[in-house]
Ligand binder design. Sequence first.
Ligand code: ACO
Length: 404
Amino acid sequence: VINIQGLHQGLGMFTYDPGYAATASCRSSITYIDGDEGTLLYRGYPIEQLAEHSDYLEVCYLLLYGELPETKQMEKFRDIITRHTMVNEDLLRFYDGFRYDAHPMAIMVGVVGALSAFYHDSTDVTDPRHREISAHRMIAKMPTLAAASYKHSIGQPLIYPDNSLGYVDNFLRMMFAVPSEPYTANPVASRALDLMMILHADHEQNASASTVRLASSSGANPFASIAAGIASLWGPAHGGANEAVVQMLESIESVRDVPGLVDRAKDKSDAFRLMGFGHRIYKQYDPRAKIIRQSCHELLNELGSTRDQPLFEIALELERIALEDDYFKERNLYPNVDFYSGIILRALGIPLSMFTVMFVMSRTVGWIAQWMEMMDDPDSRIGRPRQLYVGHSRRDYLPLDQRG
Ligand code: ACO
């Protein structure tokens, strides 16, 4: 749609593009997606290769700095991230202000935004060195904040980070250890979580990344901007889908009930959708979903998880029936990353309410990489979408006593 009013005002021609389906908001060299081919590259490296050979912190380095690190660079990066895992005691007191049954995502929106009250230097976003320190702080502190939101929700004392542990093991310990009892993360669980985090680390200009860019385009500090990204991710059409998928799968009693659910998702008079299906960009199988599906097989076998096996079988049957169905074929609706990720998280003992928080933890680096790229781009300026005005034309005010 060409807005004639805009032309008259000398503002040039612009498009009306609800949901930005065809509008690039920026240039980026971080993540490449080919939705027709089902390709996902971080800084040029295929997601399949990173999933097989890399680990989450190395992927963080790659996304932030654009290249895979050399040995010394990686050692230094691990060391820096490890040294920033603690959070200020005063910030930890924020948790006590939340009701015991607060959703951990609600807590995360609050405490991550509150980080800006503790790191005043980060509000000087014009200084690249401060930007880098903020990036390190957020990657390092996110697991501590996330685990604390869970501990608060179950009324257990917080477990402080143990800096002798790796990134994922440290998180698992903060989640599951109880004071005075030894805790060692299961290496199979640790590797499965690390893989999940690699797959969720970035996904170019999705709703939450675009929110972070838009919020920080005004020069807002990165902690507040990432809190805005967390709020966006929470929605069920975005990161909240992993929680919704498991709720949906748990509502199916047996594989015999799967066709009925697929029929319901096709019924346009019903708002229900198959959660974990469909994607704005992928018109092919989401490459992340393929990797996670395989990881589900391996994890459930290795953990001998009989509790989660039936849920996985229902998911596989749902996928099989949907992919044979004309409705899903015509609309190119395939499982997305969230379809199988919840099964892995459940098998790891992560409670449902923490699923989207796990996504937050993994995606933090992507949001930060997007923010740093924007700050370094000489062409970037405040984000200011246009609108197609469809309201009244000019009219005169009528005093209340004359309106009847
Ligand atoms: N179940 C049933 N029908 C669906 C589904 C679904 N999961 N997804 C899309 N459709 C249908 C729509 O009804 C529409 O049909 P129509 O053309 O007959 O009207 C068509 O497919 C296109 O769907 P849109 O909503 O226009 O696609 P859009 O790109 O705007 O939305 C989205 C993508 C939000 C992911 C959508 O597919 C969806 O709601 N999926 C379920 C939620 C989900 O899994 N979200 C996670 C996304 S991935 C992530 O954030 C990590």
